[in-house]
Design a protein around this ligand. Structure first.
Ligand code: RIB
Ligand code: CA
Length: 320
């Protein structure tokens, strides 16, 4: 089977972990590198979580530390949603993998440069690392197939009326990436709000009775509770828990589960009310070339079944 080479840039983060789980479960993906962003938690915590979860999943993948802070803005973490550790109340086993001795930027540049074929970047956090990479090493653009990005929103944000968290944290980096010419497939809130696990499906996951399913269940319940306690829009209480980041991986392996539209999208970096907004030109009024495929629909049941299969497969693989 031809494997799709990918790099995952993430800020674990409860839904980032779900995205890593799906990626590790897929025989049609070759995860070349994981890099971590400050976002859901500080860089120290997101890289620890990435190393701990990748170790727990018995994967042998390089994990490289990204930058500590957004380009210009003060880092705002999402501890109210993902908890003090970034993974709710779950305690993962002591990591067996070590942090790469390369920085994320160097590892990204070298892996992309040395690859014989273009690589898909799956980005599920703020775009600080990817923005810095494209500024420092624009020559790597030709080695990036496209960026499958969880971030942004055409209609409404979750950090402000207009801004989704990942873009809100570092709008300047996102602006660099969206203007880079690298093709982007954007799993914004428009589609991720439809990509939820409902309560019956959560109970089905918990009934798998494996160590992994128990940890997944605990993280998802934490996600619900923090959303309820903080009136976050991250969880639609009537329906279930939105697995935002999972969309960015699912699209790469099963694009037909999703529907979207090619548009011009700009990132607002300065607006008093709109900083961090992804301005999606659905009306084609800008006359500017389409730089983003904006996803707006998902076959939810197939998406959730894919996730459940990943939990079962990886539970067997790690023997827990
Ligand atoms: O807005 C949702 C995004 O913000 C997800 O990537 C979640 O992990 C948080 O980073
Ligand atoms: Ca994330």
């Amino acid at each position: 089977m031809k494997k799709i080479p990918v790099i995952i840039d993430c800020d674990p983060g409860i839904d980032d972990v779900m995205a890593l789980l799906l990626a590790f479960s897929r025989d049609d993906l070759d995860v070349k590198l994981i890099t971590t962003e400050p976002g859901n938690q500080t860089q120290d915590k997101t890289i620890y979580n990435a190393i701990a979860f990748t170790s727990y999943m018995k994967q042998n993948i390089e994990i490289a530390r990204g930058l500590n802070d957004p380009f210009f803005r003060e880092l705002e973490v999402a501890d109210k949603v993902h908890g003090e550790s970034g993974l709710g109340e779950v305690i993962l086993p002591e990591p067996t993998l070590l942090e790469s001795d390369r920085t994320a930027i160097n590892a990204l540049k070298e892996v992309l440069t040395e690859s014989e074929e273009p690589i898909v970047i799956i980005a599920t956090g703020p775009l600080t690392n990817i923005g810095a990479l494209l500024l420092a090493h624009p020559e790597v653009k030709e080695k990036i197939s496209y960026i499958s990005y969880m971030g942004g929103a055409a209609v409404a944000g979750n950090m402000s009326p207009f801004a989704e968290f990942n873009v809100y944290v570092d709008p300047h980096a996102a602006d660099i990436v969206f203007r880079s010419g690298v093709p982007i497939v954007m799993s914004g809130l428009d589609v991720t709000h439809k990509a939820y696990v409902n309560m019956a499906e959560l109970e089905k996951i918990e009934s798998m009775n494996t160590d992994l399913s128990e940890k997944i269940g605990s993280m998802l319940r934490f996600y619900i509770n923090t959303a309820k306690n903080n009136d976050f829009q991250d969880t639609d209480f009537e329906n279930g828990i939105r697995l935002h980041d999972l969309c960015a991986v699912s699209y790469v392996v099963t694009p037909d589960l999703f529907e979207g539209e090619d548009c011009f999208v700009a990132v607002e970096t300065e607006g008093r009310h709109t900083a961090g907004a992804t301005v999606v030109d659905y009306a084609y009024r800008s006359g500017k070339p389409h730089n983003v495929k904006v996803l707006h629909s998902v076959d939810r049941e197939a998406f959730v079944n894919q996730f459940m299969e990943a939990i079962e497969k990886m539970s067997n693989y790690i023997g827990q």
